[in-house]
Design a protein around this ligand. Structure first.
Ligand code: SF4
Length: 459
């Protein structure tokens, strides 16, 4: 446990002073910030749209059992097989069995954070199955042996020069290719893989309760190819992704694209309602949907944290977070990074091991401000901190520090005893890690209380 927190501290301290990293992130988030207002302009009343989306997710999550059963009943009518997985081990075993039955040697996969959560690629590799990422950002990350850096933009921390260098090293291309040329290289390689693959895996942005549908949103067309070219299509999705009705997509699609990438609508929006039906020309012979719990019902059982299940993974809170922008996505060492990752990781996994993420926040509230579905992220972070304290998970040094702080705060005389120079010396001594990469903290010679007393003659 201590190790996870310590690694986080070390990695984030390194990243925070990495100027090249900061330059790339500021450039890419700057591009995002410049297009988001365009997407927002399509809403007559944006706040109402966000509140309505939150309300719809509330409805779906409050009746999660019925919503999921409705999804299962409807999609099963068209021949899809619905499997339920309590945890990653069960989900992986279900995928292994399907792959084994289909004699699968190559699998194509579109972008899916849930497959990252269960570490699907490493698992398939250990069973001799080649798993090929087909989203360009994910493909770049896979080539580089790295996990996604961001839930929407997996290679956000790489510049176009970084990608050109990577392709040159791994694929033998010229080292000065431009983004269009790099895309063509990836496209040529990936096209061949779609034809070769026996199984295609996708995630789902939404699963639709009333019609039994799976909604996939993407910009490259790779999701459509992954679910329609191989003979078998596996969808793996967290149970919280359910929405009540197909008509709700009229709100969720533009909301997701606006907050995710600043587009008014994403290029490809697909609703899949089963395998290929008699008389249809496209689509797989078989379709499986794996509904994954993996800790989500822990969150469901916690009335205060439940609203974190409304998340539509737009990534806006990551882009807005001053901590994320400084330490980057990989420092979190968790599948989900940024504010939403800091909220859900301790509850999906273990509060004891991941409670430090609740402190990876300035509590400025910017995440809550920008959240597409108005999740009170900073309050949920505070709640995690509170819960960790209630469960006695804070280290002894932290407990002692708060005890001393409380004692001092309750005694004005103690506070006044140390003048500015003493405070400056003490704080800079205690906070050595801070002064390593920042200027020294300076306190004014007189406290506010002393200045007030001098001016107004009373305390
Ligand atoms: S918490 Fe909100 S802003 Fe963050 S990814 Fe989820 S929906 Fe988007």
């Amino acid at each position: 446990m201590k190790q996870t927190a310590e690694q986080f501290r070390i990695k984030s301290a390194e990243k925070a002073i990495d100027r090249a990293h900061r330059k790339t992130i500021n450039f890419n988030i700057g591009k995002y910030n410049s297009v988001v207002p365009g997407g927002k302009s399509q809403f007559a009343d944006l706040m109402l749209a966000r509140e309505r989306a939150k309300n719809l997710k509330w409805r779906a999550i409050e009746s999660l059992d019925a919503s999921l059963e409705s999804f299962e009943t409807e999609i099963s009518k068209r021949g899809a097989h619905v499997l339920w997985a309590e945890d990653s081990a069960q989900a992986l075993e279900q995928i292994r069995k399907i792959c084994e039955a289909k004699n699968c040697r190559t699998l194509v996969k579109s972008k899916s954070m849930v497959t990252e959560e269960i570490h699907l690629n490493a698992f398939l590799e250990s069973h001799g199955i080649e798993s090929v990422e087909t989203d360009l950002g994910e493909y770049i990350q896979q080539l580089d042996g790295e996990s996604p850096y961001h839930i929407v933009t997996p290679a956000m921390h790489k510049s176009k020069e970084d990608v050109a260098r990577l392709f040159a090293e791994k694929l033998g291309t010229a080292p000065d290719l431009n983004p269009s040329q790099l895309t063509l290289v990836a496209r040529d390689i990936l096209r061949a893989k779609y034809a070769e693959a026996e199984v295609g895996v996708t995630g789902a942005n939404f699963i639709i309760a009333d019609i039994g549908g799976v909604a996939v949103t993407e910009n490259e067309g790779n999701g459509r190819l992954s679910c329609s070219m191989p003979k078998t299509h596996i969808v793996i999705v967290g149970i919280e992704k359910v929405i009540p009705s197909m008509t709700d997509l009229g709100l969720f699609w533009p909301l997701l694209s606006t907050f995710g990438t600043g587009q008014r609508i994403t290029s490809y929006n697909t609703i899949i309602t089963g395998p290929r039906q008699p008389g249809e020309t496209d689509g797989p012979d078989e379709m499986y949907v794996i509904l994954l719990d993996n800790g989500r019902t822990n969150i469901l059982a916690n009335a205060r944290q439940r609203e974190s299940l409304y998340c539509i993974r737009c990534g806006a809170c990551l882009n807005a977070c001053p901590v994320y922008k400084n330490i980057g996505g990989h420092s979190y060492a968790a599948t989900y990074s940024g504010p939403i990752g800091s909220v859900i990781t301790p509850n999906l996994q273990s509060l004891g091991e991941w409670k430090h993420l609740s402190h990876a926040s300035s509590l400025c509230g910017n995440c809550t401000e920008v959240c597409a579905v108005r999740i009170n992220l900073h309050e949920l972070l505070l709640d995690n901190r509170h819960q960790a304290a209630v469960e006695g998970l804070a280290p002894g040094s932290e407990k002692m520090a708060w005890k001393m702080w409380r004692m001092a705060m309750l005694r004005r005389k103690w506070m006044n005893m140390a003048n500015g120079a003493v405070k400056t010396r003490m704080i800079n001594l205690i906070g050595k890690a801070w002064t390593k990469n920042h200027g020294k903290l300076e306190f004014p010679r007189k406290s506010f209380n002393q200045q007030w007393t001098e001016k107004n003659g009373r305390r």
